[in-house]
Write a protein that binds this ligand. Sequence first.
Ligand code: G1P
Length: 284
Amino acid sequence: MKDNAIMKTPTIHVCLFPAAGYGTRFLPATKAMPKEMLPILTKPLIQYGVEEAMEAGMDTMAIITGRGKRAIADHFDVSYELEHEIKGSVKEKMLADIRHIIDNVTFTYTRQIEMKGLGHAILTGRALTGYQPFAVVLADDMCVNEDEGVLSQMVKLYETYRCSIVAIEEVNPDETDKYGVIAGEEIAEGIYRVTTMVEKPSPSDAPSNLAIIGRYILTPDIYDILQTTKPGKNGEIQITDALMEQARGGNVIAYKFRGKRYDCGSVDGYVQATVELYEKAKRS
Ligand code: G1P
């Protein structure tokens, strides 16, 4: 381990990236290219997620891929020919961040053969994470925060509560059918002990407007639960349903994170992230 920053919070080592989905909302761009490789400025979405996980002390990135996703593994590998070509030129520094990642992180991969939902994708990751607590990042939810990344905030919370944690934000009540939605008892400011969670409820059935966004810390018993979780919303195995099982025992915390999330799985969110990060980069 070469990077001191990586060693500072060692409770959670592995971050799982479900990345097998088709990205149909971005067709035709995602016909032959993984949606996780769509760039915000010059970096692909998944690289932002990996950097967030590294900042939170994680040193192993476990990626659930599928057919047509090879570009992800190539991105997190050296490219000798390219690096040789630009060596000594001003362009060399454009590869500094990715080089830092490659030098400090181990990437592991497995393929999800059938798309049976996020819960199924996470279960596929068991071979990569082993039976220990782990983080999950959905790379198309891009999160930014000035002082501390969202996963870093969640790891600290995990050290206190030692149970599964989901990141939440308030959404427009009309949009609950796009998210897993929670209800619970607020035990500290912005921290809820979850009592109910529902996957993509219609606004009239939603228990609140507190929506789960693509950041989770999961305790490994989630794997045992997922093994027997029946298909739920849209006929898919839902992580929300498995988490509800843990919540029945009081073992899920929902956390209103500090920072901003962009839904980069939608064209609107993607453009907004691009514009705002561009404005910020111009100012600095
Ligand atoms: C998934 C989860 C959902 C969560 C969302 C966050 O849905 O199933 O509970 O709110 O991610 O982005 P998806 O967006 O993959 O349909």
